[in-house]
Design a protein. Structure first.
Length: 325
């Protein structure tokens, strides 16, 4: 097994560390060759001079590029006959995403979309409790995820034609979690607000089951803050967790002088690094030839709902989703 990581930014780094922790050999190709060399040296991998050389040499291509480059890169990997891990969101449109899934199927290669939130132990545990009936029938899911704008709001992330914007990039995690936990969604309604590079949105998702998900997301905090929370209420119980472990009041004030050097990530425990858990699952599912926990169909479903939420936030109107075909 040899992994070819494509891209050496915040995800290239997190993935290199995780593959290494699992003892998997890897090489990196990135347009930023010095950074790729640095990551390779730090985590015991090597580098490739271009995408073609990487694809000719690896078992699995791990796409950690800006979202607008996902489609062409995943399709090139599929043509080369390589299994694919692709960072979320899979693509910027339903059409691109469906074409990527079809290309992998046609080439007979496996596609895993890296919805890492499913591998955060607290999120997985809470969902397992729901599935086991511990809160009865799920009725209201409240999910929160707010960070500072990636790279201080000055990178490709800020260009919605390249990243899809905050709803596709960040809220997608909780949309996927809501679908995974409470099933298909039939209608969404969202509101958003923007101040400079900061963008905040709230979405209400009505599930076919009758459950309601209320999702709050933003690239809206000052640098260095990343808060996540879940609050799952069912007919006979409640599960709560939030990332603010310290029961104190934190005061953040003043103008931020420095942009965050990269993308903020939630606090990660070394004992249970979700990126390691995620790739451990990928290795296991490949070896046992069983479906991934995030199926391509689920990744398409999450993107479809995220695009509907973004449409609703832009228009101010509720959007009804057609039943998935
Ligand atoms: N799972 C998560 O929690 C999470 C967090 C952040 C980002 N992401 C996703 O991961 C993907 C990558 O995000 P990132 O934060 O690593 O971005 P980044 O900007 O930090 O890194 C992008 C990397 O791609 C390289 N690159 C850009 N264009 C290239 C090209 N044409 N050829 C080769 N290399 C090129 C850049 O040099 C850089 O190394 C995005 O889809 C993003 O939405 C996921």
């Amino acid at each position: 097994m040899r992994v070819g990581i494509i891209g050496s930014g915040s995800m290239g780094h997190a993935h290199a560390r995780a593959w290494r922790a699992l003892g998997v050999d890897f090489g990196i190709y990135s347009r930023d060759a010095p950074r790729a060399a640095q990551l390779a040296a730090e985590h015991g991998g090597d580098t490739y001079p271009d995408l073609g050389t990487l694809l000719a040499d690896v078992t699995l291509a791990d796409v950690c590029l800006p979202t607008f480059l996902h489609r062409e890169t995943v399709e090139a990997a599929a043509r080369a006959g390589r299994h694919v891990v692709c960072e979320k969101p899979l693509a910027l449109s339903n059409e691109d995403a469906a074409a990527m899934v079809a290309a992998c199927e046609a080439a007979g290669v496996r596609l895993f979309v890296a919805m890492v939130v499913r591998f955060f132990p607290q999120y997985r545990f809470a969902r397992d409790l729901v599935q086991a009936g511990r809160i009865g029938t799920p009725r209201v899911l409240r999910l929160r995820r707010v960070s500072s704008p990636p790279y201080g709001g000055h990178s490709w992330f800020a260009d919605e034609t390249k990243s899809g914007g905050m709803i596709l990039d960040l809220m997608l995690h909780d949309i996927d979690y809501a679908l995974w936990t409470a099933g298909d969604v039939q209608q969404v309604y969202a509101r958003e607000t923007r101040v400079g590079t900061r963008h905040y949105a709230q979405a209400a998702l009505t599930h076919v089951s009758g459950a309601l998900s209320l999702i709050e997301s933003g690239w809206a905090y000052p640098d260095g803050l990343f808060r996540t929370a879940i609050d799952l209420a069912g007919s006979s119980g409640l599960i709560e967790w939030n990332s603010d472990a310290a029961p104190t009041i934190r005061i953040v004030h003043g103008k931020q002088r420095h942009a965050t050097p990269g993308v903020s990530l939630p606090v990660i425990s070394a004992a249970a690094d979700p990126f390691v858990l995620q790739f451990n699952h990928v290795l296991d599912a490949l070896q046992r030839e069983v479906p991934f926990d995030v199926t391509p169909g689920e990744a398409l479903g999450a993107l479809r709902v995220a695009l509907a939420v973004r449409d609703s936030a832009r228009s101010g109107r509720a959007v009804t989703l057609e039943a998935a075909t």
